[in-house]
Design a protein around this ligand. Structure first.
Ligand SMILES: Nc1nc2c(ncn2[C@@H]2O[C@H](COP(=O)(O)OP(=O)(O)O)[C@@H](O)[C@H]2O)c(=O)[nH]1
Ligand SMILES: [Mg+2]
Length: 170
């Protein structure tokens, strides 16, 4: 399975996990809320956001006297959509575009770079990844795997190399 298909099937699982609580058409009771929160967390939304979304829906359900699960489906999708930050501009509109990913270890930079590279490549853009994290063990190898999956070239250095020189070459 290609990267795209794997992503799609991964998201499909989250979508089904959330949809299931609406299929059954059950009552909006304490079990429903717990189930909803669990499924949001399992779908990778994070506990804080899962609770704030469910609190918002609880208020709405109480206010509008919504007692059946399917009545909340639209509201859930609106509440989730609202949590997405809107960017002032798409950093990839102008070409050539150079986007730097900075963040603490484990934030998801490498994974995100891999996904974006794949998506941009699919759109017919010419993509080049620069791996300037020459410090952390395995950082280059991980990026290399993502670059290969996306079919995109990677510029980097040996471990311990000069990150600035990677940027210069890119
Ligand atoms: N659950 C989840 N895990 C993610 C996501 N993005 C990255 N990860 C995982 O988080 C870990 C760190 O990601 P990585 O891209 O290497 O972070 P980096 O250190 O910022 O480059 C890896 O195990 C990834 O598989 C995400 O959106 N959801
Ligand atoms: Mg990384």
């Amino acid at each position: 399975m290609g990267l795209r298909d794997r992503l799609r099937s991964g998201l499909q699982r989250s979508r089904e996990a959330i949809n299931e609580i609406f299929y059954m058409g059950g009552d909006v009771d304490e079990d429903f809320w717990e189930d909803l929160e669990d499924r949001l967390v399992l779908s990778d939304i994070g506990p804080e956001l899962a609770l704030s979304i469910s609190d918002e829906l609880r208020e709405k359900a109480a206010r509008e006297n919504l007692t059946k699960a399917p009545q909340l489906k639209q509201a859930l999708s609106a509440a989730i959509a609202k949590t997405f930050a809107t960017s002032e501009q798409d950093p990839f509109t102008e070409t050539p575009a150079c986007v730097v990913f900075v963040g603490i270890n484990g934030a998801g930079k490498t994974t995100t770079v891999g996904k974006l590279a794949n998506a941009a490549q699919d759109e017919g853009k010419t993509v080049l990844i620069g791996g300037a994290d020459t410090f952390r063990a395995a950082a280059i190898e991980q990026l290399d795997v993502w670059a290969e999956r996306a079919g995109v070239p990677l510029i980097t250095r040996e471990r311990g190399g000069d990150p600035a020189s990677v940027c210069y070459d890119v």
